[in-house]
Design a protein around this ligand. Structure first.
Ligand SMILES: [Mn+2]
Length: 296
C-alpha cells in the first residue's frame, strides 16, 4: 500500500465537514448572480488581513458552474507562527464545500502560502479537485492556463519577505515613522518622513508588478495558450500582450486582503474583474430608495 501524504486525514475530515450551521448565517439579497466561472485567490485565511466579511458576502451572492481557488487560500506560513482562526474563516470553508455539494466544480490550485496542500495535487476531497495548474476553456473558445503564479517569480524566492509588505511590514513602517519623527522633534531636528524612502519602494513595486505580468504572459505564450489567470501579487489586472504575433491575455484575480476582487467569466465568455466593495455599495444604494431620493 502506498503511503498517504501527512495531513491526508485532516483534509479528509475537512471534506466531510459536519452539517453544522455556519456562525454567520447565509444572507442572500435578491438572486445570486450567476457566472460561468469564478476565480478567487490570495484569501489568506488564518490571518487578520483576510477580509472575511466581504468574502462571505461575495460567496452568498454569487454562483458559478466552475470555481477556481487560485492559491494562498489558507496562510500556512502565518498559522505556523501564530494560530489565528476565527469562526468566519470556518464559514468560508463551509460555504466553499457547500458550493461543491450544490454541484459547482471546484478546482483548488495551492499557492506558496498554502504549499502544504501541494502534496495532494491530483487528489479530490469533498468534491474539490486539488491541482498544480489547470486549463480553462472559455465559452468563446479561448484556452487559458490557471496557476497561482509564484512559480515564475524568481525575485520572490530570493526575497520572501516581499510577500509580507502588504500587512506586517507596512504597519511596522508606520509605527517606526511615528517614533522616528517624535524622537527627531524631541532632539530639535527638522521633520523627516519615511515616506520618501517608501516612495522609492513604491516605484520599485510598480516596476516589479509590471515585470511580473510580462514574465507570466510570456510563459503563457510559450505554452501556446490564449491567456493566463493567476494571483499571487495581490493586484487585480487585465493586460493584453503579444507573443510572436499571437495575442496573450494576462488576468490577475487580485486578493481578499486589500482589493477584495474576483475574476468572473460571463456565459458568453466575456471576462470581468469585480471589486466587491463597489458591488456591495451599488447594491445597498439600490436597496435604499431614500438614498436615491436624497442624491437626486
Ligand atoms: Mn502567493
Amino acid at each position: 500500500m502506498t503511503e498517504l501524504p501527512s495531513g491526508f486525514e485532516a483534509l479528509h475530515n475537512v471534506a466531510n465537514f459536519p452539517s453544522v450551521k455556519p456562525a454567520v448565517p447565509e444572507r442572500i439579497v435578491g438572486e445570486r448572480r450567476r457566472f460561468r466561472t469564478i476565480w478567487i485567490s490570495d484569501v489568506h485565511l488564518g490571518t487578520k488581513g483576510c477580509n472575511h466579511e466581504l468574502l462571505i458576502d461575495f460567496l452568498d451572492h454569487t454562483d458559478s458552474e466552475t470555481m477556481y481557488l487560485v492559491g494562498d487560500i489558507i496562510d500556512g506560513w502565518r498559522l505556523k507562527k501564530k494560530f489565528y482562526w476565527p469562526a468566519e474563516h470556518n464559514d468560508i470553508v463551509w460555504r466553499i464545500l457547500k458550493r461543491a455539494r450544490r454541484g459547482t466544480r471546484i478546482v483548488y490550485i495551492p499557492g506558496n502560502h498554502d504549499e502544504m496542500v501541494r502534496p495532494f495535487c491530483g487528489m479530490d476531497f469533498g468534491g474539490v479537485q486539488i491541482r498544480r495548474a489547470a486549463f480553462h476553456d472559455t465559452a468563446d473558445g479561448r484556452r487559458l492556463i490557471v496557476l497561482h503564479g509564484d512559480e515564475f517569480d524568481t525575485v520572490m524566492l530570493a526575497h520572501r519577505w516581499l510577500a509580507f509588505v502588504g500587512d506586517a511590514a507596512y504597519h511596522l513602517m508606520m509605527k517606526l515613522n511615528n517614533w522616528v519623527s517624535r524622537v527627531r522633534s524631541a532632539l530639535g531636528l527638522p521633520y523627516w518622513s519615511i515616506s520618501k524612502a517608501a516612495k522609492h519602494k513604491v516605484k520599485n513595486a510598480v516596476e516589479f508588478i509590471s515585470k511580473y505580468e510580462e514574465v507570466v504572459a510570456r510563459a503563457a505564450g510559450e505554452r501556446g495558450v490564449d491567456g493566463v489567470v493567476c494571483g499571487h501579487i495581490h493586484t487585480a489586472e487585465f493586460r493584453p500582450f503579444m507573443h510572436e504575433g499571437k495575442a496573450v491575455e494576462y488576468w490577475n484575480d487580485g486578493d481578499w486582503v486589500e482589493g477584495c476582487n474576483a475574476l468572473v467569466e460571463h456565459f458568453d465568455g466575456r471576462m470581468e474583474i469585480l471589486h466587491w466593495a463597489d458591488e456591495v455599495a451599488r447594491r445597498d444604494k439600490c436597496e435604499d430608495p431614500a438614498q436615491e431620493l436624497q442624491a437626486a
